[in-house]
Design a protein around this ligand. Sequence first.
Ligand code: ZN
Ligand code: ZN
Length: 200
Amino acid sequence: MKSFAEYEVLAAAAHGHMCAGQILGLRLAVLGCRLLGIADPAGADRKRLVTYVEIDRCATDAIPVVTGCRMGKRALKFRDFGKVAATFCDLESGRAVRVIARESSKQKAREMYPEIADKNQQQMRAYRDMADEDLFAHQWVRVRVEPQDLPGFKGPRVVCAECGEGINFKREVVREDGSTLCRACAGERYYEVLPSFEPE
Ligand SMILES: [Zn+2]
Ligand SMILES: [Zn+2]
């Protein structure tokens, strides 16, 4: 693993700025890897890890900097629970650990560095220095990573009977009448199709 200072430089570049969330995300990922005994997550051990993140905020961007797990490699999964937490799954041993940022860490940062007025600066400083136990809680968990969710899964690509769009990774829905639909046509659409128009 790299030094924390090196990770900070990489995180700032990936995220666009340095912030308390980057420090928190880096520390969270370092702890997750350490608990699993994964020494070189982005190198020699890069095929061992799948990470589930639970929020789309600053800290999440820092996690792949340490783990090497990226969404485009199918090794980073997003479950939108709105929590600063992530679960690290070791595919080799089958072990998984969920690491959660403690609610008390902001208060602790105020107590550690009351002289720093700027909240972000105060938290950055404190999150660098705080003990793991003060920043995080963790729990050992079991995650059933389905074969179609694993990096490298090869499976048939099917076509939606309604919209004709291709569907990968077994994300299709088979109805009682046997027809195969995409999740959008099956009722999970997050968008509404508008009548086509030409912008002026
Ligand atoms: Zn940020
Ligand atoms: Zn469809």
